[in-house]
Design a protein around this ligand. Structure first.
Ligand code: PLP
Length: 459
């Protein structure tokens, strides 16, 4: 059978028979069948039944320039034709990898002049652990091994990435975290900030880092890693006081600060990188996803001069690397992607036009009976579904988790042409950065419709 003659049911049967999907209950998938996405254009997707979906999640937080960008397709084709692969081990390289390294040094904050390439965000974070420990070895402080991160943070799915992450359900499978990683609570005002203003809570939450450093021993802590805005954890935008205080604490104890920019990098928050929005000066920065808009896999770590200088001048050989570090096709696509972002002024558009519009739209959704807290930062946003809006601080009364109201809402979204994600009862979006102000309004209409349908189900 050729692919063109297969029906949706054919695809679903084949899929269930052979494909073990990531983050999926295999039995549930076999019962319900997958949604088969076949085509994309701009911010829209089409499934194999011809239904159009507004992709408010940019694939998986990555298709920042939207689907169907010819410049990226052409860059991949040209590079594949010329040289589909060569490695960057053992003193070789390729022109696209060198040019991308140069361009990344240009678009990232000034402390970054060097990059280490990987194939994904998880590989980037594995690299972070090895690099940070190598740095402290070279500095004559090998006892600085411990890396601190946050509960409900997400840093990937490899053994090291999942360990850095604070998803307890991931730790429960595979005996994680690996040694030398410790967690503090997340800066989530709804969960931990009752009775405090957001700013008061931000300082308190940052203080948990200092407490943990003192508990572990300041001379044993190598680095702190965090997402500027937690993505997979539910688009949790920390209070404005949080990150500056984290920076102060890292500085005070000489600890390396790592910004995991896999989601927040490349314009998502209205600046090129989330650390710029949050006002930190990280020593290392993990990136992936938006660097190629997800068209091909690429990740890596931007290495600040504090670390790069030591690695380069004192390090000798760094015994680490991936076959696909600096993959020439991925780098060529990344170059085209970043150039397109500049040409179309996507970061400025998020900062000045679509981001503020999305913020206004999410604020206006607070009049809906189901909506408690809303948060947004650039083109990522969340709304909390609540049973009642009591109280004056906007937190409301949560639903019984057993009702899975978030999943009910998500079902209505899919049924009505909208891809939106549910993290418990928190509905989240991260739409493509190419979206127009008119498309923000279109998205708002779809969200309101799905909220109304969810409310009707509950009555
Ligand atoms: N870090 C963050 C903040 C992420 O959101 C993700 C993926 O969603 C990762 C790391 C892992 O990236 P990858 O799935 O490319 O390994």
């Amino acid at each position: 059978m050729t692919t063109t003659t297969r029906t949706t049911a054919d695809w679903q049967a084949l899929d269930a028979a052979h494909f073990l999907h990531p983050f999926t209950d295999f039995q549930a998938l076999a019962k319900k069948g997958s949604r088969i996405i076949e085509r994309g254009e701009n911010v829209y997707l089409w499934d194999t039944d011809g239904h159009r979906l507004f992709d408010a999640m940019s694939g998986l937080w990555c298709v920042n320039v939207g689907y169907g960008q010819q410049a990226l397709i052409d860059a991949a084709t040209a590079q594949m034709t010329k040289l589909p692969f060569y490695n960057s081990f053992f003193q070789t390289t390729t022109p696209p990898a060198v040019e991308l390294a140069e361009l990344l040094a240009e678009v990232t904050p000034p402390q970054f002049k060097h990059v280490f390439f990987a194939g994904s965000g998880s590989e980037g974070n594995d690299t972070v652990i090895r690099m940070v420990r190598r740095y402290w070895d070279l500095k004559g402080q090998p006892e600085r091994q411990v890396i601190l991160s946050r509960w409900n943070g997400y840093h990937g799915s490899t053994m090291a990435g999942a360990s850095l992450g604070g998803m307890k359900y991931m730790h429960a499978q595979g005996g994680l975290p690996i040694p030398g990683i410790d967690h503090i609570d997340q800066p989530h005002w709804l969960e931990h900030g009752a009775g405090m203003t957001r700013d008061e809570f931000g300082l308190k939450a940052a203080g948990w880092l200092e407490q943990k450093i003192l508990e572990v021993g300041p001379d044993k802590v190598a680095a702190f890693i965090g997402e500027p805005v937690q993505g997979a954890g539910g688009v949790i935008v920390p209070p404005a006081t949080y990150w500056p205080e984290i920076q102060r604490i890292c500085d005070q104890y000489g600890i390396l600060l790592v910004s995991d920019e896999v989601i927040t990098g490349f314009g998502r928050t209205g600046n090129w990188f989330g650390c710029e929005t949050m006002g930190t000066r990280p020593d290392l920065m993990t990136f992936a996803k938006g660097v190629t808009s997800g068209y091909v896999p690429l990740g890596g770590v931007m290495v600040g001069e504090r670390v790069a200088k030591v690695l380069i001048e004192q390090g000798g050989e760094f015994e680490h690397g991936y076959t696909y570090s600096g993959h020439p096709v991925a780098c060529a696509v990344a170059l085209a992607n970043i150039r397109l972002m500049r040409e179309q002024r996507l970061v400025e558009r998020v900062r000045d036009e679509t981001g503020p519009r999305l913020a206004a739209v999410f604020e206006s959704l607070r009049d809906h009976p189901l909506v408690g807290e809303t948060q947004s930062c650039g083109l990522m946003a969340a709304l909390q579904l609540v049973r009642a809006k009591d109280g004056t601080d906007g937190r409301g009364t949560p639903f019984d988790p057993a009702l899975e109201v978030g999943m009910v809402c998500r079902g209505h979204c899919f049924g009505n042409g909208l891809v939106m994600r549910a993290v418990g009862d928190r509905m989240i979006i991260a739409p493509p950065l190419v979206m127009t102000v008119e498309q923000v309004d279109e998205l708002a209409g779809l969200i309101r419709l799905c909220l109304d349908l969810t409310l009707a189900d509950l009555q």
